[in-house]
Write a protein that binds this ligand. Structure first.
Ligand code: COA
Length: 374
């Protein structure tokens, strides 16, 4: 007996209420707590947006200062976690490193009392860049870096740990905007996974680990890395055009295009595309952005498919000097804010998430003894 028809991938099915964000409500929009994403990307810092998502309102100057200080104070890694990170293979995917690191931190600093959940959340926001870049630098140049930096913002801190120098204002702001764009996206796959986990009254680390594992796949967060790999294959716009046409002819998916909710455009794309162009111009590059635009044109003219946030994030990150395998982990460093806001919202009005399924297996039958089985 099926009460309602099955909708593949639960497209368009409401799975709960949220006051955190709207996504695609008019076919194209995105807002965090009522604020349009374009305005937040233009005017707010990542820390302001994180505060907005977690506490429901934009911070005052004093609140922002306190929040920033808390994040700065939470950047250090426990020695046991550093030891674990050092033992992870150098060729591991950094998403696996974050999944493991998050889980390990949960054994060292467990969340035993949900009334303290915001402390765990702040800790995770502050520590993910440290965790990722401590491992990355140890694995790639054998250096045990300090996880403190002179930068008060997460964007500047991230780039500083990666490159051992204070990044330019332009690079810091580009990174900051990208973190704002990635912070929250309603009931996307990883957030929904985190909420399902939280709804069992599990702990914050488990919910976030579920989010990381879900984000890892190329149909979700992993698309930015896949997009970079594609763009890097072509040395000119013409080569990109014919290469992508050939891929479409073979019915291959082009990562970084299309969206499960947006049908006309991804509202985050215009912002990150403009930043990619700006960074490319400032680097004096004529190839990567041109190749990206050529792919964008072909996808629109051939398939009426538009780039999602991941597509131009790829070239933007590349211009920031970020290695490709760190692209999806940056998504984690930002989306932890959205995941945490959703976990807290789920906990505040919890009901175990347990949908039904339409059975398609064999009809009821008798158990077969071993000697009667084919
Ligand atoms: N490249 C080529 N074709 C694509 C495509 C892409 N990126 N995205 C969708 N399509 C095509 C599908 O092949 C399908 O064609 P068909 O009807 O001939 O079989 C049609 O468009 C519908 O695709 P479907 O995957 O069912 O749409 P969806 O709305 O369920 O999927 C995504 C949304 C995001 C999973 C899908 O667009 C995709 O896989 N994109 C690439 C991965 C990506 O960028 N993910 C990040 C999302 S923010």
């Amino acid at each position: 007996m099926s009460a309602k028809p099955v909708v593949g991938g639960l497209r368009g099915v409401s799975a709960g209420e949220t006051s955190i964000s709207t996504c695609g409500k008019e076919g194209f929009g995105l807002s965090y707590r009522g604020y349009d994403i374009a305005e937040l990307a233009e005017r707010a810092s990542f820390e302001e947006v994180a505060y907005l998502l977690l506490y429901g309102e934009l911070p005052t100057a004093a609140q922002l200062n306190d929040f920033t200080q808390i994040l700065i104070q939470n950047r250090d890694l426990p020695v046991e976690l550093r030891e674990v990170l050092e033992r992870i293979p150098a060729n591991a995917h950094p998403m696996d490193v974050l999944r493991t690191g998050c889980s390990m931190l949960g054994t060292l600093e467990p969340e035993t009392d949900f009334s303290q959940q915001i402390n765990v959340v702040n800790r995770l926001i502050a520590v993910f860049p440290s965790m990722l870049l401590y491992w990355y630098r140890f694995a790639t140049d054998g250096k045990r870096i300090s996880t403190q930096s002179s930068s008060p913002t997460l964007a500047g801190h991230f780039l500083q740990l990666l490159g051992d120098r204070v990044p330019s204002e332009l690079h810091q702001r580009a990174m900051d905007v990208s973190l704002v764009l990635y912070a929250e996206h309603e009931f996307n796959a990883s957030t929904f996974a985190a909420r399902v986990c939280a709804a069992t009254l599990s702990d914050m680390y488990s919910a976030v680990t579920a989010g990381i594992g879900t984000l890892r796949g190329p149909l979700h967060g992993g698309a930015n890395e896949a997009a970079m790999e594609l763009i890097a294959k072509f040395d000119s716009a013409d080569a990109a055009r014919s290469g992508v046409l050939a891929m479409l002819g073979r019915k291959e998916k082009i990562m970084g295009f299309g969206h499960a909710v947006y049908k006309e455009s991804d509202p985050r794309n215009a912002v990150i595309k403009a930043w990619s162009k700006r960074l490319g111009d400032s680097a004096g590059d004529t190839q990567l952005y041109a190749v990206s635009e050529a792919i964008d044109d072909v996808m629109w003219s051939e398939k009426r498919l538009f780039p999602n946030l991941d597509f131009y994030s790829a070239s933007a990150y590349h211009y920031l000097g970020i290695p490709t395998q760190l692209f999806t982990p940056i998504f984690v460093c930002s989306r932890i804010t959205g995941w945490a806001a959703h976990v807290m919202e789920q906990r505040a009005n919890n009901k175990l998430i347990r949908p039904a399924a339409d059975y398609t297996g064999p009809a009821a039958r008798s158990f077969l003894p071993m000697d009667e089985r084919a």
